[in-house]
Design a protein around this ligand. Sequence first.
Ligand code: NAD
Length: 483
Amino acid sequence: MARKLKNYFNGEWVEASTDKYTPVVNPATCELMAETPDSAASDVDDVVRAAAEAYLEWRQTPILSRTRYMYAFKNLLEERFNDLAEMVVKENGKTIDEARGEVRRGIESVEFAFSVPALMTGFKVEDISSGIDETAERQPLGVFAAITPFNFPMMVPLWFLPVAIACGNTFVLKPSPQTPLSAELLFEILDEVGLPEGVVNMVHGGADSAHALMAHPDVRGISFVGSTHVGKIIYETSAKYGKRVQVQGGAKNYIAVMPDADLEKAVANIMGSVYGCAGQRCLAGSVIVAVGDVYEPLKKTLMDRASRMRVGYGLNESSQMGTVISAQSRERIKGMIEKGVQEGAKLILDGRGIKVEGFEDGNFIGPTIFDGVQPNMTLAREEIFGPVMSIMHVPDFDTAVKTINASRYGNAASIFTTNGGYARDFKYRVNAGNIGVNIGVAAPTASFPFGGQKDSFMGDTHGQGPDSIHFYTDHKVVIERWL
Ligand code: NAD
């Protein structure tokens, strides 16, 4: 029998009161690793209450002391670096190198929280009227929750938790039920940090638990990362309950390659962008827009590189690409490939039949390439979230920009060029929140906000960077006259 996971609140691990569980399966070996409880509304209530009760005392804890816990947290994360990376591979299926990158990025978010005392500042103007001073102070708000996806099970929770609590809030995480084990390990480490009880808490579950969090009167704000479809539900529901909300949604990222680009470097970047994490990144390149004469040599080089990729188990150091998350996801992606064929795109590399020795039942899909993709095709419009590249050929830069801007998503877009004019025009005109110039994955570092526009983001304050301080605090205005 698989281990049943527990919720964490008030510094204790507590069984959920449910008989509904989601299996957590290693997507390469198909081993049943654990079962995630679908926590009941009463469980969510217990967890949020613990956070609410801890809030007042935590808020009064000096900001430098609050931040000091983050130094301890970082040190323990460094000590457990390899365990964390291995856990990410086992439950998510990406390669060990990709998992190390994820853990490093997660730790960088903890490091960013060290600067909260310098960033959580207000402002003041003296003599706003005779003898009257006016101050805007930044204050924490109470309990914040984050609802996170499967694809970065360790990093995404850390986009939110460290800054939220360093600002003086208390926190509840609801991780993806498909990948709860990295979050469990994070909380085991947080338990060692010795934070006061109730400051950080975790409740397992799926849609119902997420709704119980949004409806809970003690939750002040929600951070969500996941698909656009669910993101819209989160945005509407959170607004209905009067919550502060930030929604980082799905994506369809375009990469334009100009005829003057350095082809070798562009292709190396595109391979990492499209096939990294088996295409399961919100910043994954998906549609390659070949401009003018670069089309034939670009297509040839991409084909050559993609067909030589080593697909295998993530814990095997030589694997260059791992699995997708589940059998269901694999079948969904295969369905989208079939649809691409039916809609008239040319399948020039088909990864559907791949077999990995020793992992015959694993959820592998090999690198796949479509050529002749048109803007109206599903391949160009919908997020695939798998290792599928679509190549489009356009005559010029203007058509490339128009094609990119026709997408309903606006998470990321990149251009490969040696021409500064094109680069400048691209970043100026393209409606996407993260722009890469000769960079395939334009992933904002922890001290910058994680961009996103159109259907890729709902709200006005992004995760990470100064935006996160803004999200986790409110301005209180004080007007004073002392006689
Ligand atoms: P998902 O939307 O299925 O799930 C995300 C979270 O929402 C999970 O915790 C899940 O339990 C919960 N959830 C699912 N259905 C719900 C419902 N009906 N009501 C309330 N909560 C619900 O996403 P996923 O498949 O785990 O992750 C992949 C998606 O995340 C992709 O679309 C990807 O682009 C996106 N993503 C975006 C970013 C970003 O920064 N924009 C980063 C990573 C992933």
